[in-house]
Design a protein around this ligand. Structure first.
Ligand SMILES: [Zn+2]
Length: 434
């Protein structure tokens, strides 16, 4: 960039002004001397104007480049705003921040447009023919210097625009990247829905990963892919839920004589004693927790205690008669439908098997305690499963009971835990009173 010609402008203006003033005042040097001075000031003014014009052209070209960058950033932002789904963002304020930054950039660009239109209508920069006389030289020099000053001011103004436009462009690009970061944070925060399946889950994870460090110009397609992957995962999850519900409804296991215990025999499926709303126990069955259940609980309690957690059995074996009394009390208080959601009818309680224990406080709050979370993640290592998981009432027949554990042995419990299924789903059976 050439040096700002301000010093030369000031010098030349002073010289030209001196000549004009001298002429007006009638102060005369020799004719030849005055002619030479006027000519020199005119020649200087021509050079100053040429320099100012070069500098203004340069500032204008720089501003054009910056405006092109700004337009690209605005396009990428508009594309991202077009496809983004606020539902899928960790923080919806990122959308507003991007909209605000983009609007500010657009306003600045309009202001620049207006300024350029105005300055373009300035008088012609044509130097015209070289003046003939000394006086004409002097006044032409003043005119050229004034014009150089206008161009110099214009160059300064364009550079100011350039700087503010560049910083607004950076703001838009930053806000666009924050939009991607917000989508990414959402992805890691929620994961795919639990029943989405491997394929949809992997695709969603990949779409979330793709938002990392994406160029602003590629953000819109990346957000679209992310949004599509989420929709696919949700559809897969819903389809799996419907399938499970239909399978449960259609399964046609022979109905045992569920509500009377006489003649009922314990049901073993793949070696596992099954007790739920479909499968019952005779009234004579059971006489306390089995030794293996007690031993397994004791090992689990000891390991939890080593981590500072306190586990205790609040309810273990229940006889048919005890369960009848408990269930009938619930029915008296809240009716059959409500009681059936959390309490088993006599002959259908897992507690009668001697393989089931309730831990600590019998409320869903237990699921959120350190003990409850530890049990959910570790009980299978000791042979237990959380028998009635959250959101599985349609399958198990019972609301979420984070405290209710069923002993299956380490091998089967580990398999069921790893499968992510309820025992009903794992065995392909129903749980419904006939
Ligand atoms: Zn229980």
């Amino acid at each position: 960039m050439p040096a700002r010609p301000l010093d030369r402008i000031v010098g030349a203006v002073c010289l030209a002004a001196l000549i004009v003033t001298s002429t007006a005042a009638g102060v005369r040097s020799t004719e030849a001397g005055a002619d030479a001075a006027a000519l020199a000031s005119y020649d200087d003014a021509v050079v100053v104007l040429a320099d100012a014009r070069t500098d203004a052209d340069l500032a204008s070209a720089e501003l054009d480049d910056t405006r092109a960058d700004a337009a690209n950033a605005a396009d990428a932002a508009a594309a991202a705003l077009d496809v983004v789904d606020p539902e899928l963002l960790d923080d919806t304020a990122t959308v507003e921040a991007l909209e605000a930054a983009r609007d500010e950039l657009a306003t600045a660009d309009e202001v620049i447009d207006g300024y350029l239109a105005e300055t373009a209508s300035d008088p012609d920069d044509d130097l015209g023919a070289a003046p003939d006389t000394r006086d004409e030289h002097a006044s032409a020099a003043v005119r050229l210097i004034v014009r150089a000053g206008v161009l110099d001011t214009a160059a300064g103004t364009m550079r100011d625009f350039d700087a503010s436009l560049a910083s607004l462009t950076v703001a838009v690009e930053t806000a666009t990247r924050e939009l991607a970061a917000s989508a990414h944070a959402h992805g890691t925060a929620t994961d795919a829905p639990e029943l989405a399946g491997d394929e949809a889950t992997d695709a969603y994870t990949a779409a979330v990963e793709a938002l990392y460090g994406v160029a602003a110009s590629d953000l819109a397609p990346a957000l679209t892919a992310y949004q599509d992957a989420w929709a696919d995962a949700v559809s897969a999850h819903e389809a799996a839920e419907e399938e499970a519900a239909r399978a449960a409804a259609e399964a046609s296991a022979p109905p045992p004589a569920a509500n009377t215990s006489d003649g009922v025999q314990p049901t073993y499926i793949r070696g596992i004693l099954v007790v739920n709303k479909t499968y019952g126990l005779p009234s004579w069955y059971g006489n306390g927790l089995t030794a293996e259940t007690v031993n397994a609980f004791e090992r689990m309690r000891a390991e939890a205690a080593a981590s500072g957690l306190d586990l205790y059995i609040s309810s273990g074996f229940r006889s048919y008669a005890t369960q009848a009394s408990i269930y009938n009390r619930y029915v008296a208080n809240e009716g059959v439908a409500a009681a059936d959601r959390h309490s088993a009818r006599p002959g259908h309680s897992e507690h009668q098997t001697g393989l089931t224990i309730d831990l600590n406080t019998i409320t869903t709050a237990f699921g959120y305690t350190a003990e409850g979370r530890w049990v959910a993640a570790n009980a299978h290592r000791f042979g237990f499963i959380v028998r009635y998981p959250e959101h599985k009432e349609a399958v198990t027949g019972y609301v979420w009971e984070p405290w209710h554990l069923r002993y299956l042995g380490v091998g089967v419990a580990g398999d069921v835990y790893a499968s992510g299924l309820t025992l009903e789903e794992y065995l392909g059976i129903t749980s419904a009173y006939q």
